[in-house]
Design a protein around this ligand. Structure first.
Ligand SMILES: Cc1ncc(COP(=O)(O)O)c(C=O)c1O
Length: 378
């Protein structure tokens, strides 16, 4: 076994050899199997506790009659509706099997050995994965300090200083996961304007719908001014469709054309396309999801304050916090009570844990268990 590991490892291309696979949140069924607990709640992957829109579920059901058919590989109907809603031409839109798929297209198109990608420490874990798989070097910028207004968030000046002639991609998560920090419109636009034209700036807006901050950018109009800008978004978060895997990107038509060259012909499935389309037609569900998130976020922050826990203020649907106990211990103890959250030490945030904002009942159960575990509750 060990021999074969060495043998095949030596055959693998260099970027893959040193790659650490992405560690997803523990699935419910796995916890059931391993710990024999039931009544499990998963607050580990920033999913929507309200689930998808009822319209999306209906659209999925309608797909059941046509499962033998390939989907529309071009996703015409969904792209057309996105184009209308955002007043963009369809030739600026790429659909992905989750927005992760699109991050990979970007890496495949623009990165290779000898080139590099710039991103911040504590940024979303997929940026190093796709960049390394393409054989590129990682130029990882020092993040904001702990006492900054956006603790551990992106330091744009530090990122800019790492851009050199071999840089092809900059990944910016706005807001970032797992820190929940964000970048205001003026700072982000000044940064994009200053980046040389040989660098693609990817602004990852997976959590855009949750952000209510006034200075948060409306980045879409920038596409007209900055041809090297790519904006990625997803149906996995506020639309509650993470299980179907569908996301999208807006970019210059020439970039869209390049991204679509590496896209598999049927990368987004029929149900995902239909459900995403139906979701776009149900803004009330999005509104409800946002309201539920902000009520839950306020409740969790208040409870953390009462418990004297340190946390990183977040504008997403998750929050990272730390207790006086080792992060892994808190994680394990919560697992034993059927509550799955996420340690984020793999993001360089030792002893921090990230919890997704759940339903009222889920939040209460999580907070109650946390109080008992940390000894800060009555
Ligand atoms: C910052 C960020 N970007 C992108 C994604 C990818 O989401 P998906 O591939 O489900 O669209 C996530 C998922 O957690 C994320 O946190």
């Amino acid at each position: 076994m060990a021999d074969l590991r060495e043998h095949f490892g030596a055959l693998a291309v260099e970027g893959i050899r040193s790659l650490q696979p992405y560690a997803p949140g523990k699935p419910v069924a796995e916890l059931e199997r391993e710990y024999g607990v039931s009544n499990i709640i998963k607050l580990a992957s920033n999913e929507n506790p309200l689930g998808p829109s009822a319209e999306a579920i209906k659209a999925c059901q309608a797909c059941l009659d046509e499962l033998e058919l390939y989907p529309d590989g071009n996703g015409f109907a969904l792209k057309q509706t996105l184009a209308e809603q955002y007043s963009l031409d369809m030739n600026r839109i790429t659909l992905g099997n989750g927005s992760n798929d699109i991050l990979e297209f970007i890496a495949r198109v623009f990165l290779a050995p000898g080139l590099n990608a710039v991103f911040s420490e504590h940024a979303f874990a997929v940026y190093p994965l796709v960049s390394m798989a393409a054989g590129a070097r990682l130029n990882i910028a020092r993040p904001n300090t702990r006492d900054h207004a956006m603790p551990y968030g992106h330091d744009l000046a530090a990122m800019r200083s790492l851009v050199d002639r071999d840089t092809r991609v900059i990944f910016i998560a706005n807001p970032n996961n797992p820190t929940g920090t964000w970048i205001d419109a003026d700072s982000l636009e000044a940064f994009i304007a200053d980046v040389p034209p040989h660098v693609i700036v990817v602004v990852d807006e997976a959590y855009v719908e949750y952000v209510t901050e006034e200075d948060y950018p409306d980045s879409i109009p920038w596409l007209q001014k900055y041809p090297n800008l790519v904006i990625t978004r997803t149906f996995s978060k506020v639309h509650g469709l993470a299980g179907l895997r569908i996301g999208y990107a807006f970019s210059h038509p020439e970039i869209t054309d390049l991204l679509n060259r590496v896209r598999q012909p049927f990368n987004t499935n029929a149900m995902a396309q239909a459900a995403a389309l139906a979701s776009l037609g149900d803004p009330d569900h999005v509104k409800k999801s946002i309201e539920s998130n902000s009520t839950g976020m306020a409740r969790i922050c208040r409870a953390f304050d009462d418990m004297g826990l340190e946390y990183i203020p977040s504008v997403g649907n998750f929050i990272s916090f730390t207790t006086a106990l080792p992060g892994d211990e808190v994680y394990e103890k919560l697992l034993r009570q059927g509550i799955i959250i996420r340690p984020v030490s793999n993001y360089g945030l030792a002893d921090y844990l990230r919890v997704t904002i759940g339903s009222t009942e889920q939040n209460d159960r999580f907070l109650h268990a946390l109080k008992v575990i940390t000894g800060s509750g009555k």
